[in-house]
Design a protein around this ligand. Structure first.
Ligand code: LFR
Length: 486
């Protein structure tokens, strides 16, 4: 039996998950879990990338201790952020987080000389101020000059482990610098941010082998023999691969630090309406596209937890939220003020005060306020998704850590009037493992992989319940309309 290992690192935590195929089912086991987060150094919010790599080695040593001497390994992380390395392969600085303020105003600045819609038609990627395009635009020019290569986070980790540098396709697409038609970095866009194509490592498909771990790491640590595979290295790409959808009429909601709501397409949609609604076409593994919308997601809840000094677990927060009445206040969860405020609780309370609404005070009220408004946002975006793609969406698969929040799942089913399947929660690691298993011919393709996922992991179903949901949605839309006017 072959052993597969998913290294899955999100913005708030990372884990190493061991996977096997046994009797036609996928089995997973968590080996190691650790915290992640950015902190201010040298004037910017930065990730501690060395610490993350060290955690991978700790996890790998645990694997070896468990008696596993050989495994395949894949790495996925969040998107858009990068490490600059010099000619000798050394990092020039710790990577700046996409939540850093350096890119504020960058979209307007760049697109004042380069039409927005033109960029969209070329790349199919939504305008988010933190896209790599704007990060490079605002990057320290001296540092950029010193850089031999720009490696996105999972590619950098793969490089440190194996010595082989690549630009894996799923994550590369999130830079907003790939040309949909040429299937390469768009040189014209690169010129605009003063970057040349040779600063990127060779472009590879998901499933490409990077070879073994470098000898020097075996000298330093007691590691199993590993072959590293560039999986669908964008965590959302892995999550969508791991989503056990069936047929053509399902949407996904990858629920973690971000809520990514969308559909898998085989042809990108860069229509006028997709552009206006700022939907993205991120490239998936095996020729697919993730047509989706970024919604602020559980980041807000994570920040509330932090403001309360982690007195409450997420399960306790959900429990308290459920005891409160939903829809006590409307907020636009995607308002930029919630991107990285000093204090999330105060930010929410100020928002409610400024808009003349009841101010949430307790942990239950605050969490309820976020869940209620996330569910409203999901319902509205699903409506848009149907309209833009002209497809009927019958099922919604909620996957990732957020799929454990019963209250949010039920609210979503009610407001969106849709059948919700919740789970698996470790979907990203599962998607990571699936690409490894397909590469090793243990599974033939993604259709078979999804069928296996359906058989291997439990899902909870939620059916819409009776209620005045349409009225609530109408009130919410009116609220959004009114704040836009101000
Ligand atoms: C989710 C995610 C999103 C991306 C955001 C920033 O973890 O990867 O897909 O838009 O983080 O990288």
């Amino acid at each position: 039996m072959r052993n597969y290992l998913a290294v899955d690192i999100g913005a708030s935590s990372g884990r190493l998950i061991l996977g096997n195929v046994r009797d036609g089912k996928i089995e997973i086991q968590e080996i190691h879990r650790f915290k992640n987060g950015f902190s201010k150094t040298d004037g910017h919010d930065r990730w501690d990338i060395d610490k993350l790599i060290n955690e991978i080695f700790i996890g790998l040593e645990k694997v070896k201790k468990a008696g596993i001497n050989e495994c395949v390994l894949g790495i996925d992380t969040w998107a858009v952020d990068y490490v600059l390395i010099d000619k000798s392969g050394k990092k020039l600085a710790d990577p700046v987080s996409y939540r850093d303020t350096r890119t504020i105003g960058a979209i307007d600045k760049l697109t004042s000389t380069y039409p927005k819609q033109y960029i969209y038609e070329k790349t199919g990627i939504q305008f988010l101020e933190f896209n790599t395009l704007y990060q490079l635009y605002t990057e320290d020019k001296e540092l950029l000059k010193l850089a031999d290569k720009i490696l996105l986070i999972p590619d950098y980790i793969g490089y440190v482990l194996t010595g082989k540098a690549v630009s894996e396709v799923t994550n590369s697409s999130t830079t907003q610098m790939l040309n949909l038609r040429e299937k390469l970095f768009d040189t014209d866009l690169l010129n605009h941010v003063h970057v040349t194509e040779d600063k990127f490592a060779p472009f590879v498909e998901s499933g490409t082998s990077l070879g073994g771990i470098k000898e020097e790491w075996y000298e330093k640590y007691d590691l199993p023999k590993c072959e590293v595979i560039a999986v669908a290295s964008h965590d959302t790409a892995s999550a969508v691969l791991g989503t056990p959808g069936f047929g053509d009429n399902w949407a996904f909601l990858s629920s973690g630090t971000w809520s990514l709501l969308g559909m898998e397409l085989t042809v990108p949609n860069t229509s006028e309406v997709a552009y206006k609604e700022n939907y993205t076409n991120e490239w998936g593994a095996y020729g697919t596209y993730r047509f989706l919308k970024n919604i602020m997601g559980l980041w807000i809840v994570q920040e509330i937890a932090r403001n309360f000094d982690y007195t409450y677990s997420f399960a306790e927060m959900a429990e308290q939220a459920e005891k409160c009445e939903p829809f006590q206040q409307f907020i636009d969860v995607n308002d930029q003020r919630f991107n990285n405020p000093e204090n999330m609780v105060k930010e929410i309370q100020n928002y409610c005060m400024e808009t003349g609404q009841k101010v949430p005070e307790t942990i239950g009220e605050l969490t309820n306020c976020i869940y209620s408004n996330l569910a409203l946002c999901y319902a509205i975006e699903l409506e848009k998704l149907r309209r833009i793609t002209d497809r009927s969406v019958q099922d919604l698969h909620i996957v990732g850590g957020g799929s454990n929040v019963h209250f949010l799942n039920q609210l979503t089913a009610n407001l969106a009037n849709i059948h919700v399947y919740a789970g698996p929660s470790e979907v990203t690691a599962i998607g990571n493992l699936l690409v490894q298993m397909i590469s090793k011919n243990e599974i033939s393709n993604i259709k078979e992989a999804r069928a296996m996922t359906r058989q291997s992991f439990e899902m909870t179903t939620y059916k819409p319940q009776d209620g005045n949901w349409q009225e609530v949605i109408a009130d919410y839309k009116q609220f959004l309309h009114s704040i836009k006017k101000h």
